[in-house]
Write a protein that binds this ligand. Structure first.
Ligand code: PGA
Length: 257
């Protein structure tokens, strides 16, 4: 039986917005969302804004998430934030292994795997990002890179983890912040292969439950065609999520596609 996966539209603010700006954003976003039932809306905000966003969205189904954390729960890790700390400020989800963390901050596949496993253990929904560089795509190494990133996550993951405990995001690095989105066919091809790999690793039921998002230069003009692809379950949006009117438009477009 075909599994119906609930779409997810997620805003990744990256290192943007002060608390006052986050408040204005949420105040403008909420009245613009036409239907809370058909799509999971998530906001991945800087640590400093999480508590306030949580308060403002308490009576709504909006998922509040962080963009990173460290896999140990406490101790001598100066500057780091743990999963229990995220829970403490009301976060319900966390982005893991975004390419900016991998490339700028040196996160390895092994760290991403440990973070994913710890997030789930702590009751946070991890959005695990994978994707290839332009060079890897051009030299035919794209699938090696993406499949390696997905596979390494499962080296750490408990067998009891269910498909709906984890979300993946396919984000080709060359498409992030460039305006150069992957074509809907290419997104479907990559995401379909990731789902087939998940089936190999954990079976059909698991694979059919996992939501896999596309990320990279999503805008209102191109969201419809990407969401129409059968294995694409939503979007992780950077630039176009910073404006509440634009992000509300993307959420509402997801419902109609
Ligand atoms: P973009 O970023 O939408 O600005 O391309 C996506 C992301 O980095 O998650």
């Amino acid at each position: 039986m075909a599994q119906v996966r609930r779409p997810m539209m997620a805003a990744n603010w990256k290192m943007n917005k002060l608390i006052r700006e986050a408040e204005e954003y949420v105040a403008q976003l909420l009245p613009r969302l036409i239907d809370n039932e058909g799509v999971d809306v998530a906001i991945f905000a800087p640590f400093t804004c999480l508590q306030q966003i949580g308060r403002m969205t308490q009576a709504t189904p909006i998922v509040v998430g962080a963009q990173n954390f460290y896999f140990e729960d406490s101790g001598a890790f100066t500057g780091e934030i743990s999963a229990p700390m995220l829970k403490d400020v009301g976060a319900e989800a966390v982005i893991v292994g975004h390419s900016e963390r991998r490339e700028i901050f040196g996160e390895t596949d092994e760290m991403v795997a440990r973070k994913t496993s710890r997030a789930i253990g702590a009751g946070l929904l991890p959005i695990v990002c994978v994707g290839e560089t332009k060079e890897e795509r051009d030299t035919g190494e794209m699938w090696d890179k993406c499949s390696g990133q997905v596979q390494s996550v499962f080296e750490e993951l408990d067998k009891k983890v269910r498909g709906d405990d984890i979300v993946f995001a396919y984000e080709p690095i060359w498409a992030i912040g460039t305006g150069d989105m992957a074509s809907p066919e290419d997104s479907q091809a990559a995401i379909g292969k990731i789902r087939a790999l998940l089936e190999e690793l954990r079976g059909e039921q698991f694979a059919s439950q996992v939501r896999i998002l596309y990320g990279g230069s999503i805008k209102l003009e191109n969201i419809g065609e990407v969401m129409a692809q059968k294995d694409v379950d939503g979007g992780l949006v950077g630039g176009a999520s910073l404006d509440p009117v634009s992000f509300a438009g993307l959420v509402n477009a997801t419902l109609s596609s």
